[in-house]
Write a protein that binds this ligand. Structure first.
Ligand SMILES: *Cc1c(COP(=O)(O)O)cnc(C)c1O
Length: 229
C-alpha cells in the first residue's frame, strides 16, 4: 500500500516538475507520519523514502530512536519554546520557526548539545488568525534576527495557507510565498543557495510545485487517513 502510494506521489511530483520546467531533484518529498506508527515509517524508508514530517513533540523522541539513522525527521507542527529542547535534540530540520523566543531557545539547546540545525521560517501567508507563522511584512525582520544565532541555519520559508476547497484556489498563497522569497533574495538574503520553499500537502502539492515549492509535505496520500482529532 505505502509502496504504491509513494510510487504514485513520486510520479505526480515528477510530472508537476516537468510541466513547470523544473528538475525533479529540486523537489523533496516529506512524508508526514504524524499519529502513524513508526513501523509504517520504516516500511516507507525501506521503499526509499528518506524524510518524515512530525507535528507532535511527544512523538518525536520515540520515533527518532526507533527509526534507522538514514531516515530524517522534519518538525512541521506548532512548536512551543518550552518544547524546543526535544526538537533541537531529535530533529534534522524545524520548518516552523516563527518567533525569536523559539529561535533563541533552539539555539540555546543546540549550543548545549553541540549540534546545529537547519530551519525554515514559517510565514502566515494568508494572515489566517487560526494559523501560526510570522506575517509576510515581518518576515525580513525575523530573518535578520534569526541570522544572528550561530547554531541555526535558515534554509528558506514554509507556509500552511488557509484551507481552500480546490487546489487552484491555493495557488495565490503559494505564489505569494514565492514572491516573498524572491523579494528577500533581491534584498541580498539567501546568497549561498536559493531559498527552500516548503508548501503543498496531499490535496494541492502539484499546484505548489508549479509555483516553486522545493519541499512538499504529504501525509494522507501516503499513509492513509488519520483519525479525526
Ligand atoms: C498534517 C500536515 C501535512 C500533511 O497533510 P495531508 O493533507 O495529510 O497531506 C502537511 N503539513 C503540515 C504542517 C501538516 O500539519
Amino acid at each position: 500500500m505505502i509502496k504504491e502510494n509513494l510510487a504514485r506521489i513520486n510520479e505526480q511530483i515528477a510530472a508537476a516538475a516537468s510541466r513547470a520546467g523544473r528538475k525533479v531533484e529540486d523537489i523533496q518529498l516529506v512524508a508526514v507520519s504524524k499519529i502513524k506508527p513508526v513501523e509504517l515509517m520504516i516500511e516507507a524508508l525501506n521503499c526509499g523514502q528518506k524524510v518524515f514530517g512530525e507535528n507532535y513533540v511527544q512523538e518525536v523522541q520515540e520515533k527518532r530512536l526507533a527509526l534507522p539513522a538514514e531516515g530524517k525527521i522534519h518538525f512541521i507542527g506548532h512548536l512551543q519554546s518550552n518544547k524546543a529542547k526535544i526538537a533541537a535534540e531529535f530533529c534534522d530540520m524545524v520548518e516552523t520557526v516563527d518567533n525569536m523566543k523559539l529561535a533563541r531557545k533552539l539555539n540555546h539547546h543546540l549550543d548545549l548539545l553541540g549540534r546545529e540545525l537547519d530551519i525554515l521560517i514559517q510565514v502566515n501567508i494568508g494572515e489566517d488568525p487560526a494559523k501560526s507563522g510570522v506575517e509576510a511584512e515581518e518576515t525580513e525582520q525575523l530573518l535578520e534576527e534569526v541570522l544572528t544565532l550561530p547554531r541555526l541555519h535558515v534554509k528558506g520559508l514554509m507556509t500552511i495557507p488557509p484551507f481552500e476547497n480546490t487546489p487552484e484556489e491555493s495557488r495565490p498563497w503559494f505564489s505569494g510565498l514565492r514572491k516573498l522569497s524572491e523579494e528577500l533574495v533581491g534584498k541580498g538574503y539567501f546568497k549561498e543557495h536559493a531559498p527552500a520553499l516548503s508548501m503543498g500537502m496531499s490535496a494541492d502539492f502539484p499546484v505548489a510545485i508549479a509555483e516553486g515549492a522545493t519541499i512538499v509535505r504529504v501525509g494522507t496520500a501516503i499513509f492513509g487517513d488519520r483519525p479525526a482529532k
